[in-house]
Write a protein that binds this ligand. Structure first.
Ligand code: ZN
Length: 296
């Protein structure tokens, strides 16, 4: 597991100043595309705040840092997006209202916080808003999202937003190196600065789809797509072609690629509902052949 935050210097400098001057707010939203290290940054920030030796984003072996690293620091709470349900929001409110065990900050890191704006979760969202409105003196909330625009406006207005940029090509390579992986330049190029995307493209051999399309080997392309049986893999494959469609539009100026891009977004949206995946796969294959088969 990589624990070094690569890049995001501006954000580090910002928080260093804030911590030095003691002007830390109670709630921040970390916004930026997924797979660039926002959660890791939040954990490292939490560790730096709780460190008893004043380390900042650097190695430290004090007891607090060791507890934070092993996930056993009692006043640090972390929730994944799927855990943001009303019962957990109630538990968060309760913990926020109590005195911290260590007399320092109580820190809550909530990932994929946009989930609180989804239909059934809206009750949880409103309950969370109440906690945000009256934060205890010692409470710090770090909300993480890759979909800032879909967060409840009432929650947004209570938080300072910290924007995170995609990683540079070298940074993507550096992070991959921590995982003992080497990523080709082509994949880095298509990763759009997201390590998550780079690994996905690599793991699923999505790059082969591009090669098949470029070589007009649609038989192989169709075979790959039609044999996918996991909806997440299917989504990743479709999503992978989106920036490619835009790139094709930029170089050729042909509207067909823009329409194909719109088609991709539409099919991705429809897959969030109970769409028959087999039909969607066949439709995607024929549409792709129609668009790229004609290319000279
Ligand atoms: Zn420490």
């Amino acid at each position: 597991m990589c624990s070094k935050v690569v890049g995001h210097k501006k954000q580090k400098d910002f928080f260093k100043k804030i911590l030095t001057s003691g002007r830390l707010s109670h709630s921040y939203i970390f916004s930026g595309i997924s797979g660039i290290g926002k959660k890791l940054f939040a954990r490292e920030l939490a560790r730096s705040i709780l460190c008893s030796k004043g380390s900042f984003f650097s190695e430290c072996d004090c007891q607090n840092c060791m507890h934070v690293k092993s996930g056993t620091y009692a006043d640090l709470y972390e929730y994944e997006g799927k855990e943001l349900k009303i019962e957990n929001i109630r538990a968060i409110s309760e913990s926020a209202g109590m005195t911290g065990l260590f007399g320092r900050w109580k820190i809550f890191i909530l990932d994929a916080v946009e989930r609180l704006s989804n239909g059934a979760n809206i009750v949880a969202g409103n309950a969370f808003l109440k906690t945000l409105e009256e934060p205890g003196e010692d409470c710090l909330f770090i909300l993480i999202t890759s979909k800032y625009d879909t967060i409840l406006p009432t929650i947004r207005s209570r938080c300072s937003v910290i924007n995170f940029s995609p990683l540079s090509d070298n940074e993507v390579k550096e992070v991959a190196g921590f995982y003992n992986r080497s990523i080709s330049d082509e994949i880095v190029n298509l990763s759009a600065g997201s390590i998550e995307r780079a690994f996905l493209i690599d793991d699923l051999k999505l790059f082969n789809i591009l090669e098949d399309i470029n070589n007009k080997d649609f038989k192989k392309f169709a075979w790959y797509i039609l044999n996918i049986d996991d909806i997440l893999v299917f989504k990743a494959a479709i999503e992978f072609l989106y920036p490619y469609a835009l790139q094709e539009y930029k170089s050729s100026g042909k509207g067909i690629y823009i329409r194909y891009g719109e088609y991709i977004l539409e099919i991705l949206r429809s897959l969030n509902y109970n769409v028959n995946m087999d039909l969607a796969k066949h439709d995607f294959v024929s549409k792709t052949i129609e668009v790229f088969g004609e290319r000279i």
